[in-house]
Design a binder for this molecule. Structure first.
Ligand SMILES: Cc1cc2nc3c(=O)[nH]c(=O)nc-3n(C[C@H](O)[C@H](O)[C@H](O)COP(=O)(O)OP(=O)(O)OC[C@H]3O[C@@H](n4cnc5c(N)ncnc54)[C@H](O)[C@@H]3O)c2cc1C
Length: 336
């Protein structure tokens, strides 16, 4: 019998891990409390701790300034290549390639040092171009564009789950108190050899915290993904979801804020700031068509992602893969 791997979690990390492990010839079962479903019907309150539905989700350049960021940058490049291959083979997967635009009001040294040569050759960023002064919105000091991708999260995650199932993967909807309990369960595929902890937040990891994000989903289409870093530390961005999923206008980043309710005042601010940055989104009717407000909780970890092997018995291994914060999609195929 091939080794049996259980993946705990059916967010973007659990689903990607399950497919990758399955491709290596292992028998894989996904155990999770939440599974992908239509974005239109998913419950905003009861499933708020399932982060994957509430992500944008786009891929952005973050010029690395330390070894942890170097590692994440390498992960994002591997994910970029994988997404390109998946999109070419499965147009229905929910992935769209487009230009990404970055606008910075107060660029750090890492951005100011980013020449076209360094971005393309050293950092491997495709289609990178620095924007000229006349191309920048008012108040923006630095800008660039590059080739990138966005996903419609639940179209994409549902696609991953369908691929997993058609290739023989098994799924089980269960909630666990402790990941180790799975080792004593009876599975069709036999005893569990390895457990992947892709639970988003881990279990009782004291380094974990949430970063609340409020965004607004609008029906307006947008041909590019735009991110503006404002001088006061706030963010103004859009993420086109495509596949009839509208466009996300964002967004807040609020560490340890557990409020599940969206604020109408915040919505108005997000829409107003984005319209000032990229007025083309308003279209011929000069307005946003709001579909809904979204609140999500990014599973963030002090010290960064936990990607680590733990031996829990003579034969039992847990591989932890959680704490992806605000970058779960863009790093999802980067684990090597
Ligand atoms: C507003 C917002 C915008 C974002 N934008 C982007 C973006 O543009 N790009 C990007 O890359 N990322 C973005 N993110 C971040 C991204 O969404 C997350 O990093 C990612 O979804 C995390 O995925 P995950 O699989 O680790 O966790 P989750 O999606 O939370 O999945 C966890 C899984 O574990 C299961 N689970 C947890 N506990 C238990 C238990 N006790 N028993 C059984 N099952 C359990 C859950 O049911 C679920 O299936 C954004 C997030 C937010 C909130």
């Amino acid at each position: 019998m091939p080794p049996h791997v259980v993946v705990l979690g059916a967010g973007v990390i659990g689903l990607s891990s399950a497919l990758r492990i399955q491709a290596e010839g292992h028998a894989v079962t996904i155990v999770a409390r939440d599974f992908p479903s239509g974005s239109e019907t998913i419950d905003a309150q009861s499933q708020i701790n399932y982060t994957s539905p509430w992500g944008g989700a786009h891929n952005r350049i973050v010029p690395p300034t330390n070894p942890a960021e170097e590692r994440e940058h390498a992960m994002s490049l591997r994910t970029f290549d994988h997404m390109r291959a998946v999109q070419a083979r499965y147009p229905e997967a929910g992935i769209t390639f487009m230009k990404g635009i970055e606008y910075l009001e107060a660029p750090s040294e890492a951005y100011r040092a980013l020449t076209e040569e360094r971005a393309r050759s050293r950092l491997g960023v495709k289609g990178f171009r620095l924007l000229k002064e006349g191309e920048l919105p008012e108040g923006v000091k630095w800008g660039c564009e590059y080739d990138t991708w966005c996903v419609n999260p639940m179209v994409y995650c549902s696609f991953l789950l369908r691929r997993f199932a058609i290739l023989g993967g098994k799924v089980l909807r269960r909630e666990v108190r402790d990941p180790r309990e799975v080792f004593s369960w009876n599975f069709e595929a036999g005893p569990v050899d390895v457990l992947i902890n892709a639970s988003g937040n881990g279990f009782g990891d004291e380094n974990m915290f949430i970063t609340r994000g409020q965004t607004c989903l609008v029906a307006n289409p947008c041909p590019v993904t735009v991110t503006r870093q404002n001088a006061d530390g706030s963010w103004t961005f859009c993420v086109p979801r495509n596949f009839d999923g509208g466009t996300i206008i964002g967004g807040t980043k609020e560490p340890n804020n557990w409020d599940p309710n969206p604020s109408l005042e915040v919505r108005e601010t997000l829409l107003r700031k984005f319209a000032a940055t990229y007025p083309q989104i308003l279209g011929s009717e000069s307005k946003f068509t709001v579909m809904k407000d979204i609140v999500g909780r990014r599973p963030t970890r002090k010290g960064g992602i936990r990607l680590e092997k733990e031996q829990v018995g003579n034969k039992q291994t847990i591989i932890h893969a959680y704490g992806l914060g605000g970058r779960g999609y863009e790093l999802s195929w980067g684990g090597g």
